[in-house]
Design a protein around this ligand. Structure first.
Ligand code: NAD
Length: 263
């Protein structure tokens, strides 16, 4: 399937590494102009922009802590100023601060909820405002597309990661509620739920490959490009009738693999 995003502008949050980086590159290769958002890693964001430009695409790096309302508004302002509008918003930025439940500090609880859930709220709310204001730019069937980065931990409980699992469970319901509320405006909202993909966020978990592979029926750990391809599909017109869905990209991790051998 050939996907063409020519004429569209995209914001990808947390795009200086991992899944955001791969998605920003995939969107740009498909013809979108991309705002590569980063929080603290300016050098890595610049490297993503360079990779996009070397491949003939267009992008710029834009600093914003997505849990900060004013910074999110500035991210959209800068993107609209450069590209004349915004058509695709991928709320990808996320983090983990893991601890056993009894040791989880309020500070670490709040920071993960702030970035993973409140950040997605702020980014998607601003996307809705901008899409409505700019109307139909004639570049896509929907007037705008929002993609929420969730996780298999939207549904699979995860001991030792209560703040993260709660944020992703919340992200799933936030996504579906928003999708229901604004589908009538021809704004499409969906989510993706990766399993174990080799990136910085889960270096510890992916280090013990044998243990992890027991949880993945398909028999391999995911690559960022596995997720980027799915993200690209969901923000494209090829997915025009997909509204309020979470696409799981996990090699079967959420299929209760413990039951493979008759439970
Ligand atoms: P990663 O650590 O490489 O990427 C996370 C990115 O988010 C980083 O670039 C980081 O700088 C950025 N970020 C963190 N806080 C931010 C903030 N306040 N404002 C802006 N950016 C911020 O890891 P990743 O695996 O690429 O994670 C991306 C998303 O995918 C996260 O939401 C994560 O929960 C989700 N996810 C990852 C996996 C996996 O296996 N890698 C699985 C399921 C879900």
């Amino acid at each position: 399937m050939h996907i063409d995003l020519t004429g569209q502008a995209a914001i990808v949050t947390g795009a200086s590494s991992g899944l955001g980086r791969a998605s920003a590159i995939a969107f740009a290769k498909a013809g979108a102009k991309v705002a590569v958002n980063y929080n603290s890693s300016a050098d890595k964001a610049r490297e993503v922009v360079e990779a996009i430009e070397q491949a003939g695409g267009e992008a710029f790096a834009c600093e914003a802590d997505t849990s900060d309302e004013a910074a999110v508004l500035k991210l959209f302002d800068e993107t609209v100023e450069r590209y004349g509008g915004v058509d695709i918003v991928f709320a990808n930025a996320g983090m983990q601060k893991d601890a056993a439940y009894a040791d989880l500090t309020l500070e670490d609880w709040k920071r993960v909820i702030d970035v993973n859930l409140t950040g997605q709220f702020l980014v998607s709310r601003e996307a809705v405002r901008r899409f409505r204001k700019q109307g139909d730019r004639g570049v896509s069937r929907a007037i705008g597309k929002i993609l929420f980065m969730s996780s298999v931990h939207e549904v699979i409980p995860w001991a030792g990661h209560a703040n993260y699992a709660a944020s992703k469970g919340g992200s799933g319901m936030l996504m579906r509620t928003l999708a229901q509320e604004i589908a009538g405006d021809r704004i499409r909202v969906n989510g993706i739920a990766p399993g174990a993909i080799a990136t910085e966020i889960n270096e510890d978990a992916t280090a013990d490959q044998d243990k992890l592979l027991e949880l993945i029926p398909y028999g391999r750990i995911g690559h960022p490009e596995d997720v980027a391809r799915a993200a690209l599909f969901l923000v494209s017109d090829a997915a025009d009738y997909i509204v309020g869905s979470t696409l799981t990209i996990d090699g079967g991790m959420s299929l209760y693999p413990g039951f493979r051998d008759n439970g």
